[in-house]
Design a protein around this ligand. Structure first.
Ligand code: HEM
Length: 162
C-alpha cells in the first residue's frame, strides 16, 4: 500500500471513529450526556490533564504548554467525539502530533490518564469502554507508526537457522 493510501485510510478510520460516536443513538442519550454533559466532560478533561502533568512517561511533553489552551482544545475534541451538540474541534490532530514523534508507550500512558480520570469521576464501565474505543481510533493520527510494535512483528529477514 502506498504511503498516501495509508494516511488516507488512517484519516478515514479516525473520522469514522470520531463521527460514528458523535451521532446520537436513537435509543438513548449521547455518550456526552451520559458523561455529565459540559460540566462532566470539562472535569474529565481537567483531571486527565492533571494526570499527564504527574505521569513520568509524558509529563515533560507538557512542560511548555499553555494548560488552559490545551484543556479547551481537548474539551472541544472530546465533546465533539462523544456527541455534544454544537461543539466542534477545527484543529488538525495528526499535524499537531506528528512532529512530536510519539511512541506507543506514550500513547498508552495518555490513554491510562484518561481512564484514570473516568474512574475518578465514577464513569461506569460501559461509558469507559466507549471512550476507550474512541481513543483507540485516534491512535493512527497520534503515534509515529515507524515506532509501533507492528513494525517489529514482521521481521525484515528470516531468522537464521540454528
Ligand atoms: C487519543 C489521543 C490524543 C488526543 C485525542 C489528543 C488531543 C490533543 C488535542 C486536541 C490537543 C490540542 C491541540 C490543538 O488543537 O492545539 C493536544 C495537544 C497536545 N498533545 Fe495530544 N492528544 C492525544 C495524545 C497525545 C499523546 C500520546 C501525546 C504525547 C505524550 C500528546 C501530547 C500533546 C501535547 C504535548 C500537546 C500540547 C501542545 C501544545 O502545548 O500546544 N497527545 N492533544
Amino acid at each position: 500500500m502506498t504511503k498516501m493510501l495509508k494516511s488516507l485510510l488512517a484519516a478515514t478510520v479516525l473520522m469514522f471513529s470520531l463521527g460514528a460516536s458523535a451521532s446520537e443513538e436513537a435509543t438513548g442519550p449521547s455518550l456526552f450526556d451520559r458523561l455529565g454533559g459540559e460540566a462532566g466532560a470539562r472535569q474529565i478533561v481537567a483531571d486527565t490533564y492533571h494526570n499527564h502533568t504527574v505521569n513520568p512517561i509524558v509529563k515533560n511533553r507538557f512542560s511548555y504548554s499553555d494548560a488552559e489552551y490545551v484543556k479547551q482544545r481537548v474539551y472541544e475534541i472530546f465533546a465533539m467525539a462523544t456527541g455534544a451538540p454544537e461543539v466542534t474541534y477545527d484543529g488538525d490532530l495528526a499535524a499537531i502530533h506528528k512532529p512530536m514523534n510519539i511512541n506507543e508507550m506514550e500513547f498508552n500512558a495518555i490513554v491510562d490518564d484518561v481512564m484514570a480520570a473516568l474512574a475518578k469521576n465514577n464513569v461506569a464501565q460501559q461509558e469507559q469502554n466507549e471512550v476507550l474505543a474512541i481513543l483507540w481510533g485516534a491512535r493512527p493520527a497520534i503515534v509515529n507508526m515507524n515506532v509501533t510494535t507492528q513494525t517489529l512483528t514482521v521481521p525484515a529477514e528470516p531468522a537464521p537457522a540454528h
